[in-house]
Structures are given as structure tokens and as C-alpha cells.
Design a protein around this ligand. Structure first.
Ligand SMILES: Nc1ncnc2c1ncn2[C@@H]1O[C@H](COP(=O)(O)OP(=O)(O)OP(=O)(O)O)[C@@H](O)[C@H]1O
Length: 264
């Protein structure tokens, strides 16, 4: 059985006219089918770069990236990317926004449109189909963005701080909804977040990255009693606070080590 996502000794150097910056060094990680993994680490340690490499948007300088055992060669419909901003088009209705991915990949037909309607319903967005993004709250818009991502049936979801622009209550509600939706559909997910409590509450595994250049510092497997319940209740489980403290100390240590950037 292969991993859904595998990075083998991945190094990435950003080359600009002024400098060559080592963003990630010798990073290896395997993510199993259906696993939910969070990446946490100091600002600038390479989290978004890792997602961009998995998405096929950035070609790593060295190393191999495999999805379902196949080398990544550019973007693929098996990988969906969700960002902090919803990037809905203001001039398109909610239905037309939700169908964007299908439209761009030539998969829009009566059957897939029906699936979008069902997904919107599942997210509590029934009745919004003919509205425009400005008529929805931030949390509702982010749910539309999730429908747009799920509509093309990606196997792997890359989530780059999708909850960070939301108010706290909406963020907790959306965490529960996304985790439930992804588990139900057996999706593999990789989340980048600055919120440690969120990382522990939603994940099967939390990976702490080293600061400059990005590499794996320590990996925490989330105990069964925490990951078997909804993220909201995970925070109340025995062992949650101790684990939070342990991950926090690791993150603090990561933040203290390393310089302002590694140059080659
Ligand atoms: N296109 C680029 N050109 C040059 N350097 C870049 C580019 N993108 C990122 N970098 C640099 O690579 C390093 C890693 O950036 P990246 O955005 O992956 O970090 P991050 O951990 O996601 O940061 P944050 O938590 O602040 O969002 C940083 O030092 C950043 O300045």
C-alpha cells in the first residue's frame, strides 16, 4: 500500500535577481490515504511552499514528490487547494461560483450540477444558489469555496489557513463541518495553520517544522480519544492540554533556533 502523498528529500531554493534562498531542505514525509495532517511552524519556514510543491505549482529544486505513487508533473485534478481567502468572483452567483472548478476542467453537466446542489445543501447553503457573494457572510463564502473545491472530487485537499480570516465562533463551526465532510468522503488533507489548538483538534498527526530552512522537527500522532471526536469536543478531551503544551514547547524551540533565513 503506497502513501497518497510522499515527499522524498525535497529541497527548494527560491532564486531571485537579488538572492538564492533555501526555503526547504531535505524534507521527507509520507501521508497515508485518508489521513489529516497539519503543518505548523514559525512564519516563513516553508509551509506554503510545501503545499505549492504538492499542488504541482512549484517544482522543487531537488527531490521527489509522489501522489498515489506517481511523480507530480504540474497541477492535477486529484489535488484541491483551499486558501485563506475564498476568491469567489463577485459578479457570479453562488451556484456559478461553486461550479467554477467543474467548468474550468470541462466537467460541467446536468449530473455534476446536481452534485453541486447537493453539496451546497450539505453545507447548509440551500437557497443561496442565485445570490451573489456580497450577500453572504464570510463563513458562508468559505463554505462555497469548499463546495467549489469538493465538486471536482479531488482525493487530496490542501488547506492553507482556510479558517484564519473568520470570527472565532464561525471558525469552530467550520472546523467541525470540514472535518466531518472530509472524513465522510475519505479525503486526505494537509492543513497549514498558525492555530495550534486547531491543528491538534482536527488532525490525525501534527508536524512541527524547523525554522529556516524548513525541515521536519517533530511529528505528533494525535491520540485516539482526541481525534475520534468532533474538533469542538476534542479540545475538552483528557490529554489535550498536555499535548498542546508539548507541541507549543516544540514550536517555541523551533522559533528560537535558526537565523533570519538560509542563503545559498
Ligand atoms: N516566490 C518567492 N520568491 C522568493 N522567496 C520566496 C518566495 N515564496 C516564498 N519565499 C521565501 O521562502 C520562505 C518560505 O516561505 P513560505 O511562504 O513557504 O513560508 P510559510 O511558512 O508559509 O510562511 P507564513 O507562515 O508566514 O505564511 C520565506 O523565507 C519566503 O520569504
Amino acid at each position: 500500500m503506497y502513501s497518497t502523498v510522499e515527499l522524498r528529500d525535497v529541497t527548494h531554493v527560491y532564486v531571485t535577481p537579488r538572492e538564492a534562498k533555501l526555503a526547504i531542505e531535505e524534507l521527507s514525509v509520507s501521508i497515508a490515504p485518508g489521513e489529516f495532517v497539519s503543518l505548523v511552524g514559525p512564519s516563513g519556514c516553508g509551509k506554503t511552499t510545501i503545499l505549492s510543491i504538492i499542488a504541482g505549482l512549484v517544482k522543487p529544486t531537488r527531490g521527489n514528490v509522489l501522489i498515489n505513487g506517481e511523480p507530480v508533473r504540474g497541477t492535477s485534478s486529484s489535488v484541491g487547494y483551499m486558501l485563506q481567502q475564498d476568491y469567489l468572483f463577485p459578479w457570479r452567483t453562488i451556484m456559478d461560483n461553486a461550479c467554477m472548478g467543474l467548468e474550468l476542467t470541462g466537467q460541467l453537466n446536468d449530473q455534476t450540477k446536481q452534485k453541486v446542489i447537493q453539496l451546497l445543501e450539505g453545507m447548509g447553503l440551500q437557497g443561496t444558489e442565485n445570490l451573489y457573494p456580497y450577500q453572504l457572510s464570510g463563513g458562508m463564502r468559505q463554505r462555497v469555496a469548499l463546495v467549489r473545491t469538493l465538486a471536482t472530487e479531488p482525493e487530496i485537499l490542501l488547506l492553507d489557513e482556510p479558517f484564519s480570516a473568520l470570527d472565532y465562533q464561525t471558525k469552530l463551526q467550520l472546523e467541525d463541518l470540514i472535518v466531518e465532510t472530509l472524513k465522510l468522503r475519505e479525503k486526505t488533507a494537509i492543513l497549514v495553520t498558525h492555530d495550534l489548538s486547531e491543528a491538534i483538534a482536527v488532525s490525525d498527526r501534527v508536524i512541527v517544522l524547523n525554522r529556516h530552512p524548513g525541515s521536519i522537527r517533530r511529528s505528533f500522532v494525535i491520540p485516539e480519544q482526541i481525534r475520534s471526536v468532533q474538533p469542538f469536543y476534542a479540545r475538552e478531551q483528557e490529554g489535550f492540554n498536555d499535548l498542546f503544551h508539548e507541541v507549543w514547547m516544540e514550536l517555541e524551540a523551533s522559533d528560537r533556533t535558526g537565523g533570519g533565513g538560509a542563503y545559498v
